[in-house]
Design a protein. Structure first.
Lengths: 125, 163
C-alpha cells in the first residue's frame, strides 16, 4: 500500500497564503529550491494545512531540501517544475504576481485541491 | 454443445483510488450556488466586526475572500492587516468540511502565515441542508464578531512579525 506523505503549509487556507511571495519565495537558498514553503511538522498550538504531495498535479511538485547543501530537514519547496524536474522560475514568478490581487491563480487552486487535512493543529499530528 | 467457462475473482481488500470513482468518501451533493449563498451570509455577518475594528484601528486594511478544495467545501474569510508593517495579517474565517453525510463548520481567528491562535476555534456539526448550513454560518460568524479587541491587539503585537 502506498504511504501517504503529508506536508504542512503553516497558517490559513486563504488564497494569499497558498501563493508564493514575490522576491521571497521566488528565490532559492543553499540546499533549498525556490517555492512556497511547507514542512513535515506543525509548531505546537499553531494552525496549518496538510497537503498530500501525491495529490499535487503537474507542473507542481514538492521538492525536499538538500540537507547536505545547507537545507533544512523536513522542509519542502512547492513550485512549478519543467519536464526535467527543475523549478520553472518564470511560472513561479507569474504565480507569485497573483498574490494580493484577489484572483485565485490556477496553481493556488491546484494546491488547495491537494489539501487533505484542513486546519490541522500542532501537537495533534 | 460448448460448456461455458466459469471465471470468478476473489474479493480484493483495498480501497485506495476509490475516491476517483466517487465512492469514497461519501459526500452530500451541493451546488456551487449554495456555497455562494453561505459565503454571502458569513460576509454579511462579518460586516459589523469590520466596522468595530476600523473604529478601533483606523487605517487598517480589510479584504474578504473565499477558497474551496476537494477536501473542504468552503473557507469564507476576512483578512485584517496593517499596511506598511511586517506583522502577520489576522484571518477571521469559517471552514465547511464534510463528515460522512454531515458538515462540520469551524470558526476561528488566527494568523494568516504563522497560524497563531488569536481567538479559540468554535465548531459544530450540522445536517447537510441549506437551512442548517445558513443557520450555522450565521451563528458562528456572529460569534466571531466578538473578536474585535483580540484582532486589534494581535495587529499591534511586535512578536507577530513575519519575514
Amino acid at each position: 500500500m502506498e504511504r501517504r506523505v503529508v506536508v504542512y503549509i503553516w497558517g490559513n487556507l486563504t488564497a494569499d497564503n497558498f501563493t508564493p511571495r514575490a522576491g521571497k519565495d521566488t528565490i532559492g537558498r543553499p540546499g533549498q529550491q525556490a517555492g512556497l514553503s511547507a514542512s513535515d511538522v506543525i509548531p505546537p498550538g499553531r494552525k496549518a494545512q496538510g497537503i498530500d504531495i501525491a495529490k499535487l498535479i503537474a507542473p507542481l511538485r514538492a521538492i525536499p531540501d538538500n540537507i547536505e547543501r545547507g537545507g533544512t530537514p523536513g522542509h519542502f519547496a512547492i513550485a512549478p517544475t519543467d519536464e526535467l524536474g527543475a523549478v520553472d522560475l518564470r511560472q513561479l514568478e507569474d504565480w507569485a504576481m497573483s498574490r494580493g490581487t484577489g484572483r485565485t491563480h490556477e496553481f493556488t487552486q491546484l494546491l488547495l485541491n491537494a489539501v487533505v487535512q484542513p486546519n490541522a493543529t500542532g501537537g495533534t499530528q | 454443445m460448448t460448456l461455458a467457462s466459469v471465471v470468478s475473482f476473489p474479493p480484493v481488500a483495498r480501497n485506495e483510488y476509490l475516491d476517483r470513482l466517487g465512492v469514497l468518501p461519501p459526500r452530500p451533493a451541493f451546488t456551487p450556488e449554495l456555497w455562494t449563498t453561505v459565503h454571502d451570509e458569513v460576509q454579511e455577518q462579518l460586516m459589523s466586526l469590520e466596522a468595530d475594528v476600523r473604529q478601533k484601528m483606523p487605517g487598517i486594511r480589510v479584504r474578504a475572500g473565499h477558497t474551496s478544495g476537494r477536501h473542504f467545501y468552503l473557507f469564507s474569510y476576512r483578512t485584517f492587516s496593517m499596511p506598511d508593517t511586517a506583522l502577520d495579517p489576522v484571518v477571521v474565517g469559517i471552514t465547511f468540511t464534510s463528515v460522512e453525510q454531515s458538515v462540520t463548520v469551524e470558526a476561528d481567528v488566527s494568523g494568516e502565515q504563522i497560524g497563531d491562535c488569536i481567538s479559540s476555534a468554535v465548531s459544530k456539526t450540522v445536517p447537510s441542508s441549506k437551512e442548517a448550513l445558513l443557520a450555522a454560518a450565521r451563528e458562528l460568524a456572529q460569534n466571531l464578531c466578538q473578536s474585535a479587541d483580540a484582532i486589534v491587539a494581535a495587529l499591534a503585537d511586535p512578536s507577530r512579525r513575519v519575514e
